[in-house]
Write a protein that binds this ligand. Structure first.
Ligand SMILES: C[S@@+](CC[C@H](N)C(=O)[O-])C[C@H]1O[C@@H](n2cnc3c(N)ncnc32)[C@H](O)[C@@H]1O
Length: 281
């Protein structure tokens, strides 16, 4: 099977091998899942890998609400099927959210997920590693950029370049909020061991009660015939993985400062799960 760039599947494979027998026993769904079911299962699957994902979303939403001006034009970087985009559209009725992702299959689900928001939702298929990715915005300047569990897919040089590009396009006073797993320092530390043990415990609890894991969720999406070609294309796009060491929180903060954000830091942390932010000067 083609390996995709996702540290969560690597973690689960390493810490929680699920036998083929167990997997088959749990995957004997016969009915083709609806898109709404698949969206709910995605949220549960992601929550299995990020124990406090909902709280992490809430922290960002609250932070946006506390700012002097409510968000107006928000980028959701690596937005997938639109989880974060949807929450922002629900919380801030005057906001437009631009969901950016390179995965044509997830974006097809996002179109369904975000359809109720009409023209307040804009979706672009774009590779954030492409130095010209911001061309899709057509000159629109966001005041907020968020991301959830996505930017670790970028090699470190591309992450730094992305922060630099964001500093150039976000309006003065605007903010970047990046919610993701960051590495412990040093890598082989007690901190890392505890964080991995907690990840393992959260996954064990979720998967033992029938939540599909990453691979199972993709198999379920593939049961819908219209996604066959899209999944083949996403597998092709994500066929190679980078092997850069995962950046630490300190790396993210420094990269934001160097990019030109006047203030940068971490807003929230649970073990190795963080929200890093940068405020544009
Ligand atoms: C684990 S998913 C998270 C999706 C969503 N943000 C969420 O929290 O549910 C990671 C996302 O990053 C996207 N991604 C990875 N590399 C990308 C790239 N180079 N350009 C655009 N999107 C990318 C993937 O396609 C995927 O949708």
């Amino acid at each position: 099977m083609i390996m995709i760039l996702n540290f969560m599947s690597m973690i689960v494979a390493k810490l929680h091998p699920v036998s083929n027998h167990d997997r088959k026993a749990r995957m004997t769904h016969t009915a083709i899942p609806t898109l709404d079911t698949l969206i709910s299962e995605w949220e549960a699957q992601q929550e299995a890998y990020i124990r406090h994902r909902s709280q992490r979303f809430e922290v960002v939403l609250d932070a946006l609400g506390y700012r002097e001006n409510p968000p107006r034009t928000v980028l959701d970087l690596g937005g997938g099927l639109g989880s974060f985009s949807r929450l922002i559209l629900e919380r801030f009725p005057d906001a437009t959210v631009i969901t950016l992702d390179a995965d044509p299959a997830l974006l097809e689900v996002a179109r369904h997920n975000l359809a109720p928001f009409g023209t307040r939702s804009i979706i672009h298929e774009v590779n954030l590693r492409d130095p010209r990715w911001s061309d899709v915005l057509g000159g629109v300047r966001p005041d907020v950029a968020v991301s959830s569990t996505a930017l670790h897919w970028l090699p470190n040089a591309d992450l730094v370049a992305l922060y630099g590009a964001l500093a150039g396009i976000i309006v003065p006073g605007g903010i970047v909020l990046n919610a993701d797993h960051f590495a412990g320092a040093p890598a082989a530390s007690e901190f890392t061991r505890l964080a991995e043990a907690d990840d393992a415990a959260a996954q064990r609890a979720a998967f033992s009660t029938g939540t599909p894991n990453w691979d199972e969720w993709w198999s379920r999406l593939g049961q819908r015939e219209e996604f066959g070609a899209l999944i083949t294309e996403r597998d092709r796009r994500f066929a190679t993985i980078h092997d850069d060491p995962a950046p630490t929180a300190a790396f993210h903060v420094e990269a934001l400062r160097i990019a030109g954000f006047r203030e940068a830091g971490t807003l929230w942390q649970y073990l190795n799960d963080y929200v890093a932010y940068g405020v544009r000067g």
